[in-house]
Ligand binder design. Structure first.
Ligand code: NAP
Length: 246
């Protein structure tokens, strides 16, 4: 479905991003895996992608650092012949009630989750416009749509991503590039591990489909949005949340 295309996935070393890397590779896309610090995990997912018959390279880069994103995008464009798909998935949480949230907690989450996505889009936009089927997919969250106690920073960043998605969708549409967001609900990853263990039953009770989501639930949606089958969908926010926010 994605043979001959190159996908850049930020936060591709673990969790949802890792599953997106594997699903994109399974569907034939070459993959550039951007990660923060866990090089062993990034190399492992690249090895898995290579086993699936595609090219895969790992790139260390803090997406919250604008200059670093510029350098890594230039390197990716030098290593691959072009870029067709960008998945802005890298994200962090620094949860605290707003009253106790530090300026640093707020700034870090905005820098990585929101500004990082903008920076990657900006640096790869020309390449995406040259692709016959350019795709931008931003991993937002239902927290950005409904709010979440303890997540003033995170929900603001994720809501910001939705505004970013809709704006970029308008700006690149005439070049046949689409830009969409996926808003996951509760997905079992390192990010939610402690929370999920402590409150699994309470959480499941809040999900109409009565289970915590898997990373593959999100990866399948990302592959669909990246495919030709989604060519007439842009500026959309696709909730993948088991009905948690209906
Ligand atoms: P995760 O398991 O904590 O993995 C985070 C990934 O992002 C890792 O690959 C990490 O790289 C990378 N990363 C973190 N900070 C980075 C930075 N500054 N620069 C570059 N890469 C960075 O997270 P996850 O649960 O898979 O979440 C992935 C995305 O989905 C996030 O945007 C998150 O907000 C969103 N989301 C998750 C859920 C959920 O329930 N899990 C729900 C809604 C939305 P290293 O391995 O090198 O540390």
């Amino acid at each position: 479905m994605l043979k001959g295309r190159t996908a850049v996935i930020t936060g591709g070393s673990r969790g949802i991003g890792r599953a997106i890397v594997v699903e994109m590779a399974r569907n034939g896309a070459d993959v550039a895996v951007v990660y923060a610090g866990n090089s062993a995990a990034a190399e492992a997912v690249c090895a898995e992608a290579v086993e699936l018959g595609v090219r895969a390279l790992a790139y260390q880069c803090d997406v919250g650092n604008y200059a670093a994103t510029k350098a890594v995008c230039a390197q990716i464009l030098a290593d691959f012949s072009g870029v067709d798909i960008l998945v802005n998935n890298a994200g962090i949480v620094r949860d605290k009630l707003a009253l106790r949230m530090t300026e640093e907690d707020f700034d870090q989450v905005i820098a990585v989750n929101l500004k990082g996505a903008f920076a990657m889009i900006q640096h790869l936009m020309s390449a995406l416009m040259r692709s016959p089927s350019g795709r931008i997919i931003n991993i937002s969250s239902i927290s950005g749509m409904m709010g979440q106690i303890g997540q003033a920073n995170y929900a603001a960043a994720k809501a910001g991503m939705i505004g970013l998605t809709k704006t970029i969708a308008r700006e690149v549409a005439r070049r046949q590039v689409t830009c969409n967001a996926i808003a996951p609900g509760f997905i079992q990853t390192d990010m939610t591990a402690e929370l999920v263990e402590a409150t699994r039953e309470a959480l499941e009770a809040r999900v109409p489909l009565q289970r915590v989501g898997s990373v593959e639930d999100i990866a399948h949606a990302a592959v669909f949005l990246a495919s030709d089958k989604a060519g007439y969908i842009t500026g959309e926010v696709l909730k993948v949340d088991g009905g948690m926010y209906i």
